[in-house]
Design a protein around this ligand. Sequence first.
Ligand code: NAD
Length: 297
Amino acid sequence: MQIAFIGLGNMGAPMAVNLAKAGHSVKAFDLSRDAVAKVAGAGCQAAASAEDAVKGAEVVISMLPASQHVEGLYLGRDGAAGLLAHIAKGVLVIDSSTIAAATSQKVAKAAETAGIGFIDAPVSGGTGGAIAGTLTFMVGGSDADLERARPLLEKMGANIFHAGAVGAGQTAKICNNMLLGILMVGTSEAIALGVANGLDPKVLSEIMRRSSGGNWALEKYNPFPGVHENAPASKGYAGGFGTDLMLKDLGLAQENAIATRASTPLGGMARAVYAAHSLAGHGTEDFSSVIKMLQKK
Ligand code: NAD
């Protein structure tokens, strides 16, 4: 299949490469030339622009940071036409970025008017899952569009859930990430407390992992350096899932909670913790670096 892939960051790059490895023809674009060069060396074709990438594409996949990037790309910004004007009728757009459900719905509506299919398909599983091709996809869209996307999603992920109509994938994703943001702060607090009492972080983490406090961070993504060799914490908190991206997701959850009058006290508190951590200069570090603000100096 001829695929256009736009957004080749920590997640997009390995996802695009997995599609190329599966035998698809992937024309890839990112605003960063280095990011394009990296995937071009791993089986994808380099596109000169987003418009170039979508020429002849049967499916367009995007993996961008936030709502404004997705809306700007597809619908245009500063009066310029968006990418939808360059995508052929009948093509399917799969947006895997984590963005506001309302933005997914806005782009989907414009796509429909142009005769283009659209699903929101945000993911979970981290960069490790993106590299291994074991992501979880949370899809919002029609049955028919999901079935068209499924063979491609299966090359990038191990679990595919149909959450509902367009936007529902995003709603599921922000519920998940609100929980993840909370549990990373909680896990960091517990480890920092143990370490302040002289416990070995590796031993304590293993005790909690096998006890009632067990969670994904303790399984795969320990915030304390050296506990998990492949976790961002052991690589100077580089790569992974940026603090500012987590802050964006917790903001989306709070906006949603305000709109639906839901009570999400810990989600609100977690957002405040990551906001302070970002302001202290850690916005581009992996979100597990939040342990730094909870540790004794
Ligand atoms: P990232 O910042 O590493 O990558 C984003 C890429 O998009 C960058 O390379 C940037 O240059 C590019 N970009 C921005 N605007 C563009 C445009 N108009 N055209 C082309 N390229 C453009 O981010 P990431 O970690 O890969 O995350 C991407 C999305 O996936 C975010 O919405 C994030 O919340 C979500 N997500 C991330 C993780 C993770 O572990 N990193 C996990 C699940 C979901």
